[in-house]
Design a protein around this ligand. Structure first.
Ligand SMILES: Nc1ncnc2c1ncn2[C@@H]1O[C@H](COP(=O)(O)OP(=O)(O)OP(=O)(O)O)[C@@H](O)[C@H]1O
Ligand SMILES: [Mg+2]
Length: 226
């Protein structure tokens, strides 16, 4: 199938969260096309709906109404099992709180998605080491997450997202728990990876400073795109 120029297309997407029988309208009628092969940034205040939106695009959650196409797949047509296979195949995730497995070393955390995909051992080793090299962590491969700094942990998480060569990387406020210097370094690393690998990124932030460096900026406010 030919690829469209869009990594994700949302049509009239709404999401209402239920909390103690109270409906919270997190996203209201969002229609947006997000280009493929770019570094796309969603910027918005706390509570504006960024995580809700990224979780829908990442098929971690389903919309209350509307239609979502991701990597040219209509997500409505997939059941729960097919959605998790689809995620494992096509999408890498990077989170604000790193979400590394504490009992696995840096190497093993990066290897994990390849074990799920049953990548053969020789190929796995080459991929893990070359990806850890890309994020500048070859000197720390045997350390556990609690032996790494915040910036280094986020580099492990980037390598883990990247190692399976996904079409799309979703990064939900990946710099929010880092100091200014580390935030800038992590953003630069992602921009350079995007540039060299041509992987599509969808990145969210509340930090207006980040918007100076990027081409594709979407503003989100009160659950709507401006
Ligand atoms: N699981 C949930 N149950 C109930 N309400 C929720 C849930 N998740 C999010 N919300 C509400 O939906 C709205 C959007 O939340 P969301 O987490 O998407 O915002 P955000 O832009 O990611 O914020 P932040 O920058 O603080 O991470 C908020 O009003 C939030 O309280
Ligand atoms: Mg959020």
């Amino acid at each position: 199938m030919d690829q469209t120029p869009y990594i994700a297309r949302l049509q009239n997407v709404a999401k209402t969260h239920m909390l103690d029988n109270v409906a919270v309208r997190a996203l209201k009628d969002i229609t947006v096309d997000i280009p493929r092969g770019k570094f796309n940034v969603f910027i918005g205040e706390s509570g504006s709906g960024k995580s809700t939106l990224l979780n829908l695009i990442g098929c971690i959650d389903v919309p209350t109404s509307g239609n979502i196409e991701v990597c040219d797949q209509n997500t409505r047509l997939l059941d729960d099992n097919q959605l998790s296979d689809f995620r494992a195949q096509h999408i890498g995730f990077i989170f604000q709180t790193f979400n590394l497995m504490p009992v696995l070393s840096a190497y093993e955390n990066v290897e994990y998605p390849l074990l799920l995909k049953q990548t053969p051992e020789r190929e796995r080793k080459d991929l893990v080491l070359s990806t850890l090299e890309k994020v500048g962590l070859l000197d720390h491969i045997n350390k556990f997450p609690n032996e790494l700094s915040g910036g280094q942990r986020q580099r492990v998480a980037i390598a883990r997202a990247l190692v399976k060569k996904p079409e799309l990387i979703l990064a939900d406020e990946p710099t929010a728990n880092l100091d200014h210097k580390n935030s800038a370094e992590i953003l630069d690393l992602m921009l350079s990876i995007q540039n060299s690998e041509k992987t599509t990124f969808i990145f969210s932030t509340h930090d207006i400073k980040i918007s100076h460096n990027v081409e594709n900026l979407f503003m989100i406010m009160d659950g709507a795109i401006l």
